[in-house]
Design a protein around this ligand. Structure first.
Ligand code: NI
Length: 135
């Protein structure tokens, strides 16, 4: 495990009060853990924006399974991107709509490319990406 370094942070009383109220609401018991989480979030966001390193995540799509060809196209694409897609979960949302969660691992560029291809398919109504990394 890497050494833990202690360092001081300067900020206005007003800003610190707002920060303390927020982390209290979220259930943090100390500022250090809250700040570590903020730093991790910022680092992962930077990896996503600058397309550096390996990320893992989920692409969630909602689609109309009655849209012509959509089911075959989605299966075809999942085989084409098999190196990125670790697993999928399919939920029959209602009589017409399906939700599929694709669990992916790759670079931000690869994940964005796959997401864009999925979202632009006719019949796909909504999609969301959520990514994380080991920091
Ligand atoms: Ni379904």
């Amino acid at each position: 495990m890497a050494d833990t370094i202690r360092f001081g942070i300067s900020m206005s009383q007003d800003l610190l009060d707002k920060f303390d109220r927020m982390i209290h609401k979220k259930g943090y018991t100390n500022r250090s853990e809250a700040i570590r989480d903020l730093v991790r979030n910022a680092l992962i966001e930077d990896m996503w924006e600058n397309e550096a390193g390996t990320l893992a995540g989920a692409i969630t799509i909602v689609y109309d399974h009655e849209s012509p060809g959509i089911t075959d196209t989605l299966i075809h694409m999942q085989h084409r991107f098999h190196h990125l897609i670790i697993s999928t979960v399919h939920v029959h949302f209602d009589e017409k709509n399906c939700m599929e969660i694709l669990i992916v691992k790759g670079t931000a560029q690869e994940i964005k490319e796959l997401h864009d291809k999925l979202f632009s398919l006719k019949g796909v109504k909504h999609s969301r990406i959520s990514v994380t990394a080991i920091i």
